[in-house]
Write a protein of this length. Structure first.
Length: 143
């Protein structure tokens, strides 16, 4: 199967104090990656190296938040569509404690970040990328 979708079960306490456990979905299609490559300076590889090598934490967090929001969506019932509604669903997701839990988990280690990235990009693209954050950044910096 070529289209990788990350399903993440996130436990959180909602704003009514209720404990919840829900599944959330993250994915980047080849078309979305191509668009990122064409619209981001240095493309996806460069973005990855900025995650890993960032000395400047504020911009790291900003870039990573943008990345998470680009990947967030909801599957339709028959699996034909992964709905993002031009980022509207992601905006709603950010307003939940589930987003907060996910963000804290992912920024807590470079490995968590790179694992997330590799999990949301198409499998054949992920297979070509090194798994080790240090190696990822070397590729990106070499370009």
């Amino acid at each position: 199967e070529n289209n990788t979708m990350l399903k993440k079960t996130i436990k959180y306490t909602d704003y009514n104090g209720r404990e919840r456990s829900e599944d959330f979905y993250f994915n980047l299609s080849k078309a979305e990656i191509a668009e990122m490559e064409l619209t981001t300076q240095g493309g996806l590889q460069n973005m990855l190296s900025r995650f890993i090598k960032a000395e400047d934490q504020p911009s790291l967090f900003k870039v990573f938040k943008e990345f998470i929001l680009k990947t967030y969506g909801e599957r339709d019932v028959d699996g034909k569509r992964f709905i993002k509604n031009n980022g509207e669903l992601a905006k709603a997701f950010v307003e939940t404690e589930a987003y907060s839990e996910l963000f804290i988990e992912l920024i807590s280690s470079p490995n968590a970040m790179s694992d997330f990235v590799l999990a949301v990009i198409p499998a054949d693209m992920a297979a070509k990328m090194p798994k080790d954050p240090e190696e990822l950044s070397k590729i990106a910096l070499a370009e």
